[in-house]
Write a protein that binds this ligand. Structure first.
Ligand code: AMP
Ligand code: ZN
Length: 492
């Protein structure tokens, strides 16, 4: 089986060859934790979660690094008022690190809700200031960067003078870039308008600041990803991902920094996930065209007629290929919900006991199990084509219903294999969760809270309350059992 990946750098689907056989190093640009993630952000992270799960399912050992941007990230190169963190600290009257903590926690909660697996390493920009200073020094020493009034800029023209090509990823022509550049604040310090900041001098108003050989300041956004990806994955690694909108300038700058530092391309396969739109417009905080994940799940919003379970949202997202735009709407979600329920019903049938009795009848649909399995894996390895994979899953769903009705046949061995394959695709690769099981998890958590409260009551010698908790639960058919390992429960 050959895995093909669409490489944004070449603009082609390529056969994937990892640097170290059987291993994959993957870096994905993480969130800027200055406010709540919106559903559009979730789509990008979910796309890469599916890719991560697929790589693992295909047998690769993956080191998945996804950073947290918790410093700087100016919306342009100049004014402190454009620093997203500075703005938010003023708005919420909090310390910068309180903002970072608050929204990092929110980010993790949201991703957990959609069943995203955590990355193997989740480094932060503020935890890698030293590395960023070292990289800046190296770029100055190699003649690719210059200091100007306490800030350090990458010299784009010098980069191209040495035969390198700034614009190779975004297919932009540097002359055109120069012609189209607006006058930006702070540009006076730069040799050329396209030069980008590696280190910025902190103005007195700037609260997130660090000492450096060039005075107090903070790192440029593009540099953090080069520093952290190099540190954890090496000077050249396999896959770099992020949203389509990060191609330029962010990823273009990462390539330039990597090549200027190490004389080698930092990344072999660039992967870009496409945008989530709502009302055919890109979802974005700044335009107000956005919905928070929790609002969709609770139903507290003006866009959708009812709440949708996170697993159905996840299923809806995966019904579009990661490189296609996805427009989320009430109709799209409702259709996904219907499909999701049918898929889960078929799993209940195939995972149940009585299906074995159904083998041996004469089939009519011509469903060929091994052919089907081949097609499903072809879809997965064809640039992670989730919609085609899901379409194949529904062929199996149809077959399972027919089998259940006694209209189909399959050998016992094939049935076992179909069961294992389908379960793996649905739960492991697509990462869907059975809604009922999820409710059980909630029950489990709730009971743990009650057990904890009962323990507290006992410690406080409030036996009236502790007995009341035990007896009331028992009346509901939930028996608490005290043992040496603590208290457990049995559902009667
Ligand atoms: P940010 O925190 O702004 O850096 O964004 C985090 C990630 O979300 C980036 O990879 C963006 O490309 C991605 N993103 C932002 N808006 C959308 C959207 N509407 N649809 C999909 N991804 C998005
Ligand atoms: Zn990045």
């Amino acid at each position: 089986m050959q895995l093909k990946i669409y490489n944004s750098l070449s603009g082609e689907k390529e056969i994937f060859k990892p640097i170290l056989e059987g291993n994959v190093g993957m870096y994905v640009c993480g969130p800027t934790v200055y406010s709540n993630v919106h559903l559009g952000n979730v789509r990008t992270f979910l796309s890469f979660d599916f890719i991560y799960r697929s790589l693992q399912h295909l047998g690769y050992k993956v080191r998945y690094v996804r950073n947290i941007t918790d410093a700087g990230h100016l919306t342009d190169d100049g004014d402190v008022n454009n620093d997203r963190f500075v703005k938010q600290t003023r708005l919420e009257k909090l310390e910068p690190m309180e903002i970072v903590q608050k929204y990092t926690v929110d980010f993790h909660k949201v991703l957990e809700m959609f069943n995203l697996l955590p990355p193997n390493i989740e480094p932060t920009a503020t935890g890698h200031i030293v590395e960023q200073i070292e990289l800046t020094q190296k770029l100055i020493e190699r003649g690719f960067a210059y200091e100007s009034n306490g800030s350090v800029y990458f010299d784009v023209l010098e980069y191209n003078r040495r035969g390198l090509n700034y614009g190779e990823l975004s297919k932009r022509n540097i002359e055109e870039l120069f012609a189209n550049t607006r006058d930006l604040d702070g540009q006076g310090e730069k040799k050329n308008p396209q030069d980008f900041a590696l280190w910025k001098k902190a103005s007195p108003a700037h609260i997130m600041r660090w000492n450096s050989p060039w005075g107090e300041g903070f790192p440029g956004w593009h540099l953090e990803c080069t520093a952290m990806s190099t540190k954890y994955l090496g000077e050249t690694f396999d896959i770099h991902g992020g949203g389509m909108d990060l191609k330029f300038p962010h990823h273009e700058c990462e390539i330039a920094q990597g090549k200027a530092c190490n004389d080698a391309a930092p990344v072999n396969y660039w992967m870009h996930a496409n945008m989530l739109t709502m009302n055919s417009q890109r979802m974005s905080k700044s335009t107000g065209n956005y919905i928070l994940p929790m609002q969709l799940v609770t139903g507290e919003n003006d866009f959708f007629e009812k709440p949708f379970h996170p697993s159905i949202v996840r299923f809806c997202f995966l019904q579009a290929h990661y490189r296609s735009v996805l427009d989320i709407s009430n109709d799209a979600m409702t259709a996904s919900e219907k499909g999701f329920i049918r898929l889960m019903e078929s799993l209940k049938i195939i995972n149940g006991e009585h299906i074995k009795e159904k083998t041996g009848n004469q089939g009519t649909s011509g469903f060929n199990y091994s052919e089907w399995k081949g097609k499903a894996y072809d879809a997965l390895t064809d640039d992670f084509n989730s919609p085609v994979l899901i379409a194949h899953l529904f062929e199996a769903v149809k077959f399972i219903f027919a089998l259940n009705d006694g209209k189909e046949t399959i050998s016992t061995e094939e049935l076992e294999d179909l069961k294992a394959t389908l379960n793996a695709f649905v739960f492991e690769v697509l990462g869907l969760q059975n809604i009922e099981e999820n409710n059980n998890e909630k029950l489990d958590q709730t009971l743990k809270v009650l057990i904890e409260l009962r323990n507290q009551a006992r410690k406080a010698k409030n036996f009236e309350l502790s007995d009341q908790i035990r007896d009331k639960l028992l009346a509901e058919g939930i028996e608490l059992k005290d043992g040496r390992e603590g208290t457990s429960y049995v559902l009667n």
